[in-house]
Design a protein around this ligand. Structure first.
Ligand code: IVH
Length: 697
């Protein structure tokens, strides 16, 4: 809003209040939000900022005046026996260390030596409070506002992992305590959530936004018969009250063991650290973040707690948060930003893919400027418009994706996008085959396709020609120097010398790089051909059995080709068919001959043949890296990181994303970054590529 009149500010504030109230109602009462937490935050923060700038418009009924959960009327209210505290958050390593420093300041010196911590996942579900009296489950409640919750006992009784009597094991000789109140998190596994939603959608029934809402909605059904059909699960992680126990646990880890002994569901991967090992704890917390997607349930952080209950009592709490615990929240994988434009790219196969041009935004420490929009239908079905504020998700290493527009934030200036009718590069009409969601440029001579093919051929994944990038690919195709891939080896260097920006030195270097690439292993050349499904791993598997491309080509044209190629370990019929189809076309076979004529190696060398023979013999036997965990950082001299990963995994080793106490080796190349410092700090041995090879020799 540029310098708006005061009245429109007031209008905007009122409009935002309505929107925020509506979404709070959907979230807290219906368990059916239509927007994500991040989107909600954008709205809420805008409201707060406006109210801060214009206190004269503040009202006591504004949603900003009341924060947190709400108790719905549908269930009986129950007062919790103690306030249900929440957790302070840390978002960085520094904040974790600052938390520890504070503990050390607050605890008497003579206790520092006994300080230890427990690390576990922060489950992203619905908090429940479970009451057992004389071993019977008598009451279960939601967290509500922390003081009062909702009585959902009947619904909780249907959750199969919740014991209705403790000890859960009737053979156990344990005597139950007079009173035990525990706190836990009810959740639904990600896969069960997906299955449920898919079935509901097929039946035209209501779906849920995410597993947490699904769990919450399922537990807050008025009819517990419905809850009983939902795949709810539960972890307990805290003892709120324990009475009538002669030998109560003295530590948090002891509490977990205590609850487990009675048959309550306790999550196992819980680790304990002495204060002296705080570095290892920090490393594991960060490692946790890398592995968050590996859990079958949603994990939105790690929780670190002081183990000793006596120390917990000494530390106490501030406001709603205990000082003895902290939640390390993983970086959000979502952000809201403006969609500036939608452009289309032409891929190697001619497929036209729309891409979002975004107002740059930070997600998980990376600046995101563009994101995928899948295809035409995706944009239309979600009604994504240019100028919209959109929710963007970047999970792990995958390409960022536009999830949906924030319709509430539209101001009328947004524009509907349509797929262009002609190829933005060659101008020929685009085609969308019936039944397919993709649109193609079917012009075989489209320079964009050839450019993409060249880019791929020269890339590190394939022939790895240094100094040859997208710029060169585009220029040489445009100039007509490259009409097929083999032309890369027939470039008119004299003409190139005359081009602007191509001085003697640069051309000499490029020429030499092209020359050197002629001697790459044949599987690299096979990758470079750009056959569908044939990437570096598959190419290596295929070429392991043949002397070179001519032999492969001959096999592919035989009648039993499908059988033979499909039988190669890791290949299968889909890949085999793709290879056969490629070599069935005369121009593609001619291409291989043209490479050979240019001096590009199409046959394996004697040494390679010998190596292949030995590899076959050895492969069954040794797995020299079995049991070892590697982290890779920096630029390696001969392998890309993907290759190094494949190399290690092929030899039985594991590769993870971050250095921890459990890392066996850090494989470091040039410009290693922060992982090197971490490894040195933790005493993890650092090796280079040569040493890696030596390990496997
Ligand atoms: S301990 C006094 N441990 O996260 C005990 N909480 O943001 C405080 N949560 O409301 C909670 N996993 O519902 C604890 N392993 C875990 C947890 C956990 C999930 C929830 C809990 C709490 C919220 C705090």
């Amino acid at each position: 809003m540029n310098d708006p009149a005061e009245s429109s500010i007031q209008e905007r504030i009122e409009r935002l209040r309505e929107i925020v109230r509506y979404h709070q109602y959907r979230y807290y009462v219906l368990d059916d939000p239509t927007i994500s937490d991040q989107e909600f935050d954008v709205l809420f923060n805008e409201l707060k900022a406006l109210e801060d700038a214009h206190p004269e418009y503040r009202t006591p009924d504004s949603p900003t005046a009341r924060v947190g959960g709400a108790v719905a009327d549908r269930f009986e209210k129950v007062r919790h026996p103690a306030p249900m505290l929440s957790l302070a958050n840390a978002f960085s390593e520094e904040e974790l260390r600052a938390w520890r420093e504070r503990l050390l300041r607050l605890l008497p010196e003579d206790q520092h030596a006994d300080l230890s911590y427990v690390l576990g996942p922060k489950f992203d579900g619905l908090t429940v409070v479970l009451h057992y009296e004389q071993g019977r489950f008598v009451l279960g409640a939601t967290r509500g506002d922390g003081e009062y919750g909702e009585n959902i006992t009947d619904n909780l009784r249907t959750v199969r992992v919740l014991p209705l009597r403790i000890p859960a094991d009737p053979e156990s000789e344990r005597v139950p305590p007079a009173r035990l109140v525990v706190r836990g998190e009810a959740y639904v596994e990600k896969a069960a959530f997906e299955t449920f939603n898919r079935r509901q959608a097929e039946a035209g029934e209501r779906t849920y936004a995410n597993p947490r809402n699904f769990a919450a909605g399922s537990l807050r059904q008025l009819d517990s018969a419905i809850t009983a059909q939902r795949p709810l699960k539960l972890w307990v992680y805290h003892i709120v009250i324990l009475e009538g126990e002669p030998d109560p646990p003295q530590t948090h880890s002891g509490s977990l063991a205590y609850m487990e002994a009675y048959g309550l569901p306790v999550y196992h991967d819980i680790r304990r650290y002495a204060d002296a090992d705080f570095d290892a704890l920090v490393a594991d917390v960060l490692d946790f973040g890398q592995r968050r997607h590996d859990f079958p349930f949603e994990v939105d952080g790690a929780v670190i707690k002081v183990d000793s209950l006596a120390q917990q009592a000494l530390l106490g709490f501030t406001g709603k948060d205990p000082r003895w615990a902290i939640a390390y929240k993983f970086a959000s994988e979502e952000a809201v930003t403006r969609l500036l434009d939608i452009v289309v790219n032409v891929g190697r196969t001619g497929a036209i893919t729309p891409a979002a041009v975004l107002d740059p935004v930070q997600i998980g420490g990376v600046t995101v400027r563009s994101a995928t929009l899948n295809n035409e239908d995706y944009i239309r079905d979600l009604d994504i418009r240019i100028g919209d504020q959109v929710l963007v998700k970047r999970a792990g290493e995958v390409i960022p994706k536009v999830i949906r527009p924030l319709v509430d934030l539209r101001d009328g200036s947004e524009r509907v996008w349509t797929m262009p009718e002609t190829c933005p590069v060659c101008g020929q009409p685009l085609v969308r085959p019936p039944g397919e969601s993709a649109t193609y440029c079917v012009n075989n001579a489209c320079p964009a396709q050839l450019t993409r093919k060249v880019e791929y051929f020269v890339s590190r994944t394939a022939m790895d020609i240094e100094g040859f990038g997208s710029k060169q690919a585009e220029l040489f195709v445009e100039k007509g120097y490259i009409k097929d891939l083999a032309d890369i080896y027939y470039l008119p260097w004299d003409e190139i010398l005359a081009l602007e920006g191509y001085g003697e030195k640069k051309v000499a270097n490029l020429r030499q790089a092209v020359e050197e690439s002629k001697d790459r292993p044949v599987e690299r050349l096979l990758v470079g051909l750009g056959i569908r499904f044939v990437g570096p791993v598959v190419a290596e598997l295929i070429m392991a059995d043949y002397s070179g491309l001519p032999e492969l080509m001959a096999v592919a044209q035989r009648e039993d080709a499908l059988e033979e190629l499909g039988a190669i370990e890791g290949v299968g019929p889909k890949i085999a068919e793709s290879v056969i189809e490629f070599f069935s076309l005369a121009p593609n076979r001619a291409l291989v001959d043209k490479f050979a004529a240019a001096g590009v190696r199409v046959e394996k060398s004697e040494a390679e043949l010998e190596a292949a023979r030995q590899a076959r013999e050895a492969s069954a036997a040794a797995q020299p890296l079995a049991g070892l965990t590697f982290v890779i950082t920096g630029t390696l001299p001969d392998m890309t990181r993907d290759e190094a990963k494949a190399f290690i995994e092929a030899r039985g080793g594991k590769v993870t994303g971050s250095v921890s106490g459990k890392t066996s080796y850090l494989l470091a190349g040039e410009k290693p970054g922060s992982k090197l410092a971490k490894a040195e700090k933790l005493g993890v041995p650092v090796i280079d590529e040569e040493a890696l090879l030596a390990l496997t020799a």
